[in-house]
Ligand binder design. Structure first.
Ligand SMILES: NC(=O)c1ccc[n+]([C@@H]2O[C@H](COP(=O)([O-])OP(=O)(O)OC[C@H]3O[C@@H](n4cnc5c(N)ncnc54)[C@H](OP(=O)(O)O)[C@@H]3O)[C@@H](O)[C@H]2O)c1
Length: 315
């Protein structure tokens, strides 16, 4: 089978397609025939040597969709459509940038959605992170919700899921040119994020923030007072900390927390699949590549100009 292997850290060119032996299922682990996977910035960081725990050579890739090829448990049936994400996939053990992957049974999940493989590959990391953020923000139907950094892949998944939950969705971008894109995803009202300030006086029942610490105080100023929830899920501005934060910036009686997709909550996954199926949601695919073109795909990932998820399909 073919695998995109990284022997040492570096630019996109360090991803080399190599021939490897097919993995065998072992106790507690099963083999997935990978059909497609989405690309993530976390993988670019790992490729560049920014994940100290990752030892090279390594096949990176933190998510995939495919079929069970060889199983070590009756709960995973050969041919079954599944997805996997996170855990130590593509970090402590080889990840998704290959045709077949050996994955712990505990992190293989059923994928009850009918769509082609490239479309399905938009779901695991972006969809689950969006759903986890929504659940962490304790969003209820009928509420007003702001998604800050909404043109991101996780952002548009959040917009679509929130719309399907009957909330009123406000969605921010730094470019008015993206307003139509956000409206097409289901946003009720796009909002311009200009020099770190949202161009609105509105406050919201819940805020899901993908921009992070750089705009933390501005986001908090738009959270309602009393029982509002704000969840920081991303650091698109790449700031990671702020020296201007005060606990008294949180509106009285409201809450600030974060979301991390490290541990997967099956009931949140089930709720996400229900929303996807009931509302026929389709998270946008930016561009698709074959595994052989993984270097070109990573160049595009690093450039960061494509709206929609970059997807790699395998035979
Ligand atoms: N916590 C978790 O478990 C988890 C899991 C997955 C991802 N994440 C995080 O979630 C975020 C979104 O991930 P993604 O892969 O969906 O991102 P993405 O698709 O690469 O996001 C691209 C968008 O980010 C916006 N952006 C870029 N730099 C920005 C800045 N300085 N300020 C404001 N917006 C900026 C741009 O929107 P505009 O130009 O339209 O403003 C651009 O369209 C990332 O920070 C990622 O690390 C977290």
């Amino acid at each position: 089978m073919k695998a995109a292997v990284i022997d040492h850290a570096g630019g996109p060119d360090v991803l080399s397609i190599q021939e490897r032996a097919l993995p065998k299922a072992t106790s507690g682990w099963s083999v997935i025939h990978i059909k497609a996977f989405g690309l993530n910035h976390a993988e670019s960081i790992t490729r560049q040597g920014g994940s100290p725990s990752v030892q090279f050579p390594r096949v990176i890739g933190i998510e995939a969709v495919g079929e069970i090829y060889e199983s070590s448990t009756p709960e995973l049936v050969v041919g079954e459509k599944v997805m996997t994400l996170m855990g130590e996939l593509g970090r402590q053990f080889d990840g998704s940038y290959e045709e077949y992957a050996l994955v712990p049974n505990a992190q293989i999940y059923q994928l009850p959605v009918e769509a082609d493989w490239a479309q399905l590959a938009t779901i695991p990391e972006s969809g689950y992170t969006a759903m986890g953020s929504i659940k962490t923000a304790k969003v209820q139907s009928g509420q007003t919700v702001l998604v800050r950094g909404a043109t991101s892949n996780v952002g548009v998944a959040a917009v679509q899921l929130l719309k399907a939950m009957d909330t009123t969705v406000y969605a921010s971008t730094r470019s008015e040119k993206s307003f139509d894109y956000l409206t097409a995803q289901g946003a009720d009202e796009p909002i311009l994020d200009q020099n770190g300030e949202l161009q609105t006086a509105a406050t919201f029942d819940a805020i899901i923030d993908f921009v992070g610490d750089q705009t933390l105080n501005d986001s908090l100023s738009h959270l309602k007072q009393g029982d509002g929830y704000m969840v920081v899920t991303g650091e698109l501005a790449d700031t990671w900390e702020t020296d201007t934060f005060s606990a008294f910036n949180i509106p009285w009686g409201s809450y600030l927390t974060n979301f991390q997709s490290t541990d997967i909550n099956q009931s949140w996954l089930d709720e996400m699949f229900s929303l996807i199926n009931q509302a026929h949601l389709r998270f946008p695919v930016g561009q698709t590549f074959e595994l052989a073109d993984i270097v070109a795909a990573h160049h595009l990932l690093d450039a960061g100009h494509v709206q929609g998820k970059l997807i790699v399909t395998t035979p």
